[in-house]
Unconditional design. Structure first.
Length: 83
């Protein structure tokens, strides 16, 4: 994965959390309302290696699911990998 990763910032009342969505590999940061955008950006930059590792893992899981097929709410779907 060499390109940019979409990043969403969600300001909430408390807490600081960084996670990668399994559905699409997007990165989301939840940060306190009082935290400046610059402080959030610094936090994200300190986690770049973790973000790269997690997005790589997400892509690996998604690619495996595309090859094997996916079960959603009890129904099995065969997906084809796009070329």
């Amino acid at each position: 994965m060499g390109g940019p990763v979409p990043l969403s910032i969600l300001k909430i009342a408390f807490g600081l959390c960084l996670y990668v969505k399994l559905a699409n590999g997007n990165v989301t940061v939840s940060a306190p309302l009082s935290m400046s955008d610059e402080a959030i950006e610094r936090f994200v930059w300190t986690k770049v290696s973790w973000i790269k590792k997690q997005t790589t893992n997400v892509l690996r899981v998604l690619n495996a699911a595309l090859v094997r097929g996916v079960t959603v709410v009890g129904k099995r779907f065969k997906l084809e990998k796009l070329k």
